[in-house]
Design a protein around this ligand. Structure first.
Ligand code: ATP
Ligand code: MG
Length: 423
């Protein structure tokens, strides 16, 4: 029979790789806890309308990347392509934004129908941070300091650069768009096809076109930073001063725009040279207009998303994956003969008294020799051997599988005390 395969661009995470993912996730979530950010969880599926209204109709995500389907009631639903819109929806719906500030994080899968390649998948994972209710650049600086710490503590600081820009107010962007369109209209014939189309629909997106010729044309284009309104300029200066004071190095990239329409003022990306064209590992910015756009009260907000696949790839490329992440057993308990219940009981005692030990109990019977083979294969350092004689005497044998240490047989209490003394 033909085997059913996974959907293209949607990966399994196998046991050999999950320890690295758990390590990365725990480093990040520990840091988030140290900054007193709180976790929020929301569904993987939302109304299609939520993403159309927030991300913007004329964006790559909404135009061509969403997994959208009608459910059995005929409602249009979408697998979430990102978390910010969902987070705002959840906070608003549960009254978390009224008269209070929030510093939140979430983690989980996102879905985009893109061409799968290294660092770009159809199901990928993000850890996202969203803050609400704080207007000044201090909170922009805080989330950047936090993101810098994540990259530093994972050991990849020297392989990433922070780029920042200000997208200004809606009015400033409108004025700039106007200037950009009149400049680019003169050279329209030379633009790549996507950019030609975007000249009408979403001209700002042309700025991060990957087309080399378009990029050359942009060298002489008007610059967004020259069109900033006073409030945005002041905000941007304030942010830069705070980053300087915090010792966070950055580059101002006046062409940095984000692929989602809701950003204004601060926009930033942590980029790396180690992952080819999938170079952005963390991206975010300020989106003061979004809550209102989704029907709530105007609420300042800033956040970012880290792409976990790219972060993991970066750790591997930078060769900073710590040793000893594997989660093989430390101890293998061989139960030879009619001793299974005694073995389970002993195993539970060991797990009670030595909680950090990884203990694998032989299941499925087998003679002494085959059980010891399994013990060796399990990667364990120590085999505990419980035979019928030992079980009757309340004793167990301790055999070192990788070291030249003499085997000994001890009473359960002594054996446990001895194992405790090893760690
Ligand atoms: P890109 O320009 O690479 O397509 P983006 O601007 O679409 O990125 P965001 O929507 O800002 O990305 O998402 C935040 C982060 O999530 C990205 O910086 C990246 O690390 C990760 N990411 C986005 N799309 C994918 C994907 N298809 N596969 C893996 N990671 C992704
Ligand atoms: Mg994208």
């Amino acid at each position: 029979m033909k085997k059913i395969q996974a959907i293209r661009g949607m990966n399994d995470l196998l046991p050999a790789d999950s320890p690295l993912w758990q390590y990365v996730e725990s480093v990040v979530t520990d840091i988030l806890a140290r900054y007193a950010y709180q976790e929020i969880r929301f569904p993987i599926v939302e109304s299609t309308e939520l993403f159309k209204r927030s991300i913007g109709e004329v964006t790559d995500i909404v135009e061509k990347e969403m997994y959208t389907f009608d459910d059995r009631n005929g409602d249009s639903l979408t697998l979430r392509p990102e978390g910010t819109a969902c987070c705002v929806r959840a906070c608003e719906e549960n009254g978390l934004l009224y008269n209070q500030t929030q510093r939140l994080w979430y983690m989980g899968p996102m879905f985009r129908h893109e061409r799968p390649q290294k660092g770009r998948y159809r199901q990928f994972h993000q850890i996202g941070v969203e803050t609400f209710g704080i207007q000044g650049p201090d909170i922009d600086a805080e989330v950047l300091v936090l993101s810098a710490r994540i990259l530093r503590e994972l050991g990849v600081a020297e392989h990433v650069r922070l780029q920042i820009n200000s997208l200004g107010s809606t009015e400033a962007r409108a004025a700039y768009k106007h200037a950009l369109v009149s400049y680019l209209s003169q050279v329209k014939d030379q633009l790549d096809e996507d950019s030609k189309r975007r000249l009408e629909s979403n001209p700002l997106r042309i700025l991060d076109s990957k087309d080399a010729n378009t990029q050359t044309l942009l060298n002489a284009a008007p610059v967004l930073l020259d069109y900033l309104d006073d409030a945005s300029r002041e905000h941007f200066e304030g942010l830069k001063a705070l980053l300087d004071a915090a010792g966070i190095r950055y580059e101002v990239n006046p062409r940095l725009v984000r692929g989602l329409d809701y950003y204004g003022k601060t926009a930033f990306e942590w980029v790396t040279d180690k992952l080819g064209s999938q170079s952005t590992v963390c991206a975010g910015g300020r989106y003061d207009g979004l809550v209102e756009q989704l029907g709530g009260k105007s609420t300042p907000a800033v956040g970012f998303g880290i792409g976990l696949e790219r972060l993991v790839l970066l750790l591997q490329a930078a060769e900073v994956v710590p040793e000893g992440l594997d989660q093989q057993a430390d101890i293998y308990l061989a139960a030879v003969g009619n001793v299974q219940s005694a073995a389970m009981k002993l195993a539970e005692r060991i797990r009670d008294e030595i909680p950090f030990v990884r203990l694998l109990v032989n299941c499925g019977g087998g003679n002494f020799k085959s059980q010891l083979k399994r013990a060796d294969k399990s990667g364990a350092e120590i085999a505990l051997i419980l035979g019928e004689d030992e079980a009757h005497a309340g004793k167990v044998s301790i055999k070192f599988l990788r070291d030249e240490i003499e085997q000994q047989t001890l009473a359960f209490d002594e054996a446990i005390a001895y194992l405790q003394s090893l760690e």
